[in-house]
Design a protein around this ligand. Structure first.
Ligand SMILES: [Zn+2]
Length: 232
């Protein structure tokens, strides 16, 4: 390979390396949990908490109602037992029974509300779970694709590294240093092909003298942009 082709090959490898590294940074930025997954998990957690709250509420109301019913049964038993004869005590028992009855009815209304809320929160929880599962499976698929692409790019970078190390020795250290400096200054593009009679980098026509130099040395520096032009 002549020096021009070798430099051009080097540029191709480095251009590919730059693109691979850019894509790897993009992948790294999107790997991990995304907003949709975080939101779905948060919604599921909220729905689960609501469900827990209402089922606890229902249990507590059930127990309270049961306890009032027992109390009332005891009072009624005592009232009709014939053991209590004192009129004041009988009246007190009667009003206690009435009050317990009122309290029980109020709690039963609350229980009905809790049961409705519980049913609604069960539905909400089912929906939130479905949404989370769907979002998570999409996310897992996306992560798998990104990881596969990441691996592919990483192996390609190793290949590029190896190909770069095997470049023929006609590229002197000086030329390589000039190439690296140019690449840093020219957004990564140091070596361009000749494009008709113009520089493939900046498009400015090349002088006859430069053309002659190109033919003689297989490379020349563009008088306008300073890039290395090769006659490939
Ligand atoms: Zn140029």
């Amino acid at each position: 390979m002549d020096i021009g082709s070798t430099l051009y090959h080097l540029q191709e490898l480095d251009t590919e390396k730059d693109a691979a590294q850019r894509r790897l940074s993009e992948i790294e930025a999107v790997l991990g949990e995304n907003e949709a997954l975080k939101r779905a998990r948060h919604a599921l957690k909220t729905a689960q908490e609501q469900l827990k709250k209402w089922s606890k509420q229902q249990r507590e109301l059930d127990l309270q109602i049961q306890s009032i019913a027992n109390k009332r049964a005891r009072s009624e038993k005592r009232l009709y037992s014939g053991e209590v004869t004192n009129p004041k005590e009988l009246t007190d028992l009667q009003s206690e029974i009435t009050s317990l009855q009122r309290r029980k009815r109020k709690l039963e209304d609350e229980l009905l509300e809790a049961m409705i809320a519980l049913e609604e929160s069960e539905n909400a929880q089912t929906q939130a779970q479905q949404h989370f599962d769907q979002t998570e499976s999409q996310w897992l698929g996306q992560q798998a694709n990104l990881k596969a692409e990441q691996q592919q790019l990483q192996s390609r970078l190793i290949e590029i590294q190896q190909a770069r190390a095997k470049l023929p020795p006609q590229i002197s250290t000086d030329k390589l240093a000039a190439y690296d400096t140019l690449r840093a200054k020219k957004s990564g593009l140091a070596v361009v092909k000749i494009n008709g009679d113009a520089c493939g980098g900046c498009g400015v026509s090349i002088t006859p003298a430069l053309k002659w130099e190109l033919r003689q040395q297989e490379m020349a520096y563009c008088g306008n942009c300073g890039r290395i032009i090769v006659p490939v």
